[in-house]
Design a protein around this ligand. Sequence first.
Ligand SMILES: Cc1cc2nc3c(=O)[nH]c(=O)nc-3n(C[C@H](O)[C@H](O)[C@H](O)COP(=O)(O)OP(=O)(O)OC[C@H]3O[C@@H](n4cnc5c(N)ncnc54)[C@H](O)[C@@H]3O)c2cc1C
Length: 323
Amino acid sequence: MISPSPAPVVWTRRPCIRCHNGCFNFSKANGTENMQSLGDSLHLGRCALNPPTMQHNRYKIVPTKHPKKVAIIGGGVGGMECALVLKKRGHTPVIFEKEDQLGGLFLTASAMTFKENDKELIAWYKREIAKAGIEVRFNTEVNDLGTIRRGFDEIIVCTGSVPRTMPQIKGFDKTHSFRELLREKSVEGDKIVFLGGGQSSCEAAYDLVLAGKHPVIVEYGNDLVAAQATCLANTSFLRDAMEYHKVPVYLHSTITEIGDGYCVIKTPTETFRCECDAVINGIGFVPAPVGPKAPHVHRVGDCVAIGNLRTVIWRAWDVCMRI
Ligand SMILES: Cc1cc2nc3c(=O)[nH]c(=O)nc-3n(C[C@H](O)[C@H](O)[C@H](O)COP(=O)(O)OP(=O)(O)OC[C@H]3O[C@@H](n4cnc5c(N)ncnc54)[C@H](O)[C@@H]3O)c2cc1C
């Protein structure tokens, strides 16, 4: 007899996304020693998503004596975390989101087939925002903070980032974004070349491998995911997965031209034409805050500096505990 498939878990507690960026904060690339600061790595057992874990003296909810109305521009993880912390403290947050749903860039980050925990995290946030009765104004883009300043005591800008561009690469405008590849699924084809070999590219390439496709990675540096801030448990897995699945990886390399159905790859020893169906812009993101810095205007998340959920959530607490 075929047993019925189990009902999906509905998390009442914040689901763990297995990022290991708080609990096991070590980072390695190309045989280096731990790249994280030692002071940071020594504090094992903390949690990227729950700042009070093992840091309860630093991160705590203290009810406010002066309740305020706070506008939050952007409903990504940064904006949602700010709203929840402020609400717990007794403030009245209102989220302004230009799209028709909450989640921001993490909708793209969690779109890969193997990121079920990440999808659960977004679902958890949406439920918590609804349960707390936090007002969200969808389809509302705010670019001039002056238009909302009068109705609010404080403003928190959580508008995230935009993809970095490299116009010096001929045909760069033909690249596709992670959003198009992962969330909108509008990139077609089998052989997909990633310009840049960071965590996002490696995860997306792994997702393509699982779908039977043939990604290629072109990385300027000397290793994949050669950056601080992503735990070695996760980066080692990604590097091993690329090797195991025989994904062509070109290190110390770049793309010099992108055309219809091809790109030109330049390695230290040769420059060659690579037939491909699409090139993905994997060279990163740049912060995109709106409005000038001003008193009573705060910034949280990738709009301050590109990071991950640990930097986004911990900063949300740092800012919201002071309001
Ligand atoms: C492919 C990929 C995989 C990733 N994987 C991970 C991972 O596994 N673990 C991890 O920790 N991090 C991961 N990250 C990084 C993580 O997704 C980001 O650090 C995080 O989502 C940023 O959150 P944020 O709230 O600062 O910004 P965003 O999520 O970008 O949110 C900004 C929000 O503001 C809205 N907005 C923008 N401008 C306006 C405006 N003018 N008015 C109103 N609304 C506006 C946007 O629509 C958006 O909803 C990944 C990133 C990518 C690209």
